[in-house]
Design a protein around this ligand. Sequence first.
Ligand code: SF4
Ligand code: SF4
Length: 177
Amino acid sequence: MAKIKKTIKTIKVDADKCNGCRGCEIICSSFHATPKYSSVNPARSRIQIIRHPLKDIWLPVFAGEYAPAECMGRDKYVIDGKEYEECAFCRAVCPSRDLFKEPDSGLPLKCDMCEGEEEGPLCVRWCLNNVLTYEEREEEVEEQAEMAEMEIGLESLINKYGLGKVADTVARMTQKN
Ligand code: SF4
Ligand code: SF4
């Protein structure tokens, strides 16, 4: 099977340094507005800060894959004596919560690493506390595996929202770029 090079993009999160300023949410939502930078609405951000000031919890979480069904159970973490809310570290866009859903359409949001932005992810550049560090590395993967990944994602979106709505959204995003 043919192997292709894939760039793995990573944002390392040093959560202890986060003070909950939400600058990352502001720039992400503005970058993804239509037209670009025309509005600010943190509800549209692909990074969300899980905030519990009284417990000194400020946890940046990035929007990941769409999941059509919620898990059979929930996870809950306690780290250094701090108890995080259920599913706090989970990146999935799933029916159990409103996180990472486009406020008007309900469509799932996903971090795209600020695709098209030459100088890399904006949330990383806007974070003044050096919480976020961007890294890239190359890996060899099987071509077919990458295609299958893309198809699974598309199929679940079409199952939930219907082909028409997904096609409209893709057309809107293509115009935007
Ligand atoms: S910009 Fe940095 S410090 Fe501010 S909330 Fe985002 S990750 Fe935390
Ligand atoms: S990398 Fe870009 S798309 Fe992803 S959360 Fe940061 S600003 Fe948003």
